[in-house]
Structure formats: C-alpha cells, structure tokens
Design a protein around this ligand. Sequence first.
Ligand SMILES: [Zn+2]
Length: 284
Amino acid sequence: MTIIDAHVHFSNIQSFIDTEHQSRVDYSGKGLRKEMDEGGVALCIGMGVTETEPEEFPDPLAVSPMMLDLEPEIPASLAVCPGINPYSLDQEGLDRLEKEIQKPAVAGIKIYLGYYPFYAYDSVYQPVYDLAAAYQTPVVFHTGDTYSERGLLKYAHPLTLDEVAVDRRDVNFMMAHLGDPWVLTGAEVVYKNPNMFADLSGWVVGTKADLDEKLAGDHFNHVRHALSFCDHYEKLLFGSDWPLVPIKDYAEFIGNLIPSRHHEHVFYENALRLFPKIKNMIQR
Ligand SMILES: [Zn+2]
C-alpha cells in the first residue's frame, strides 16, 4: 500500500534533534528518504516551525511564517505547511504567508495552539483563515499535549476547535493528534463538524519496541474508544510526527488501530482530499 504521511518535521529544533536518542531515527534528509523508501511513503507533509535559539520553541521571535530549515535543501516529495507565530503576524508577515501559499509545495498552514497562548477562534488568527479560504488551503492545528513544558494546555484542548469550525465553514481544518489525550472530545468535534479532519500522529515517542508494548497493554484504550465513536474514517489521516517515531513502525501501529477496510482512506485518499495541492507532487 502506498502511504502519505500527513505530519512530519524537518526543522532545526533542538527537542526534535534530541528525540533521535529515543526513536533511533536518522533525523536528516537522507534518513527521511530511506524511511520513505522502506515504508512505501509517496509523500510527507512537513509542519513548518523554527527557533532562533536552541530550546526556544515556542519562540516569540521566530519570523512568520516558519518553514522547514533542517537542511538547506528540502527533500523531494516533502510538502510543507508554513507555521504561524502569532506574535509576528503583522501585514508583512501575512504578505509573506500569502506568497508562500502560492508555491507548489505549500499544502496547508500550521497553527501551534498551546505553544502560543491564543485560542483557535482568537481574532489574531482570522486573517490567516481569510487567506486559507481565498486559496482553499487547509489549516492544521496542534492540539493536545505540548512537546514543551512551557506550553499551556487549555489553548490546545480539542473542544476549543468547535467554535472556529462553525464560524469558518469556508475553511477545512485538521486537528493534529486528535487532541490526545482528550481524543474522545476530539472525535466528537470531528464527528460534528464536516470541515474538521484529524491526523493520528504523535501518540508515541520511541522505537518499534515502545509501540508494540503500548499497543499490547491498555495504554491506547482511549484511542480505540475515540476512533470507533468518531466513525468518520473518511476524515482521519495517517501521520507519524517523525522524527518522534520511525515512520514504517508507526504506520504498522496505526494499521492495527484502524479497521482494514478503511486503510486506503486513512493512509492515502483522505490526505489527497484535504490537501489538494499534493496531487501534483506525487508520482504513483
Ligand atoms: Zn508535530
């Protein structure tokens, strides 16, 4: 089966570089290429983020939009969602974002709820939604636990996405991580709102052994419940959050949680529907 990984990273962020010790991933363009070949991954979508100093993310000084800066060259078959720093979202920042959106490899926009202390429905983000609507570009929200203890969880709670989904029916959204650990709430917001999708990335940091151990125990009972409650497999997307886990191992792990009749949709078709521009980047 050919796979699209709808959530990876390719930025020079110290905490991602440090996960190499936990996930034993080669966090480089070469490493990504190798994992894509081994896992049958046709395309990855990278979430743009930058920090001006190591360990700074969420960085109030990062220039908006934040892009992929791990290496000077962006690997082939890696699309990008430019990241928004709400503190640098003046007119110049919006103009820069609009220029990026017009580029072929720019598939969506990423907003870092919880890392930056604004709710999804905050007025600071409305100009971003206006651009998203004008260019039919989806907006991805970080939701759930933050990968930094300086994050503020209330801004990343999936229930806070309901209001923006209702207010902006002219934009499609993707709730990253299905709001984990509040996945049942996340599932309800996806179930209720036709324009709310979710990715299933980032639930584990580690190796295949860590994934197997968590899958065998009761650690993922909340996810099993949420997926069956949601019952909208046409709006759930595979994503790994690489380099947090090896892509192929995480794909097998998600494959175990999703009924096989929905695999083609979750691992491939839904990404093409939500991110229409990536069609032109895939050689199948
Ligand atoms: Zn991520």
